[in-house]
Design a protein around this ligand. Sequence first.
Ligand SMILES: Nc1ncnc2c1ncn2[C@@H]1O[C@H](COP(=O)(O)OP(=O)(O)OP(=O)(O)O)[C@@H](O)[C@H]1O
Length: 250
Amino acid sequence: MDATVPNLKPIIEIKDLMKSYGENHVLNGFNMVLYEGENLVIMGKSGSGKSVMIKCLIALEEHDSGSIQVMGKDISELQREELDELRTEVGFLFQGSALYDSMTVRENLEFPLRRHTKKFGVIKDTTPLVMEALQSVGLANTINLMPEELSGGMKRRIALARTLILRPKIILYDEPTTGLDPITAKEILMLMKSIQEKYNTSSIIITHDVDCARVISNRMILLVEGKNYIEGTFEELSISTDPKVQAFFK
Ligand SMILES: Nc1ncnc2c1ncn2[C@@H]1O[C@H](COP(=O)(O)OP(=O)(O)OP(=O)(O)O)[C@@H](O)[C@H]1O
């Protein structure tokens, strides 16, 4: 474990996770612990089950067996309302950002506030929360713009602001730097780091991007054929002589 991880309190624990689609056994006993304040990178070949694992984690997909504990709660035991509440603590940033094109930046950010009224109650004036989230991503001046007026990097930052507005304790990133040029990708990584420091969030980051893993990870897990193949720090994995591990560092 990297010395920069402040403590070792688990915030997510996955044990022996199995998930198949017909004969396609995607997750075959995956295990994972995410500690508070940690940035955990999951790497794996295309089709190795990374996105399915994330979907099981937030109960968008039902797992076949094994257990998933998020903030001490077994997600398969939660009723719909409890699950909705838990989802306000787990923000996710999927590939492609997915802002609503017909809404302004402000309306995009207000959307989760209106959907999850339990966390903050009914808010009469959303401006302070919207502005704080936009300031966190350095884009306060875009509040009245439409998504089409934003660059790819800006869209991703706004999507991150929309995730942050509910003040999640955990953020799940699926390929946060894919499709961005190297400079914009670096800006996003710096932003992810500053958010983690500011809000003390814990994150799981799925990525193929070695630079992303190097900059952001406290620890990494390599997923092969639906289970953990190896885990360790970037430094440990990057000097591994195992061909399956080396393949990611080329
Ligand atoms: N809803 C679904 N129905 C059937 N099969 C699915 C479904 N979702 C995923 N799969 C299968 O699960 C396997 C793992 O997919 P997954 O999207 O998790 O891969 P991944 O590791 O995230 O890949 P990538 O890096 O390309 O995003 C694939 O074989 C995929 O076809």
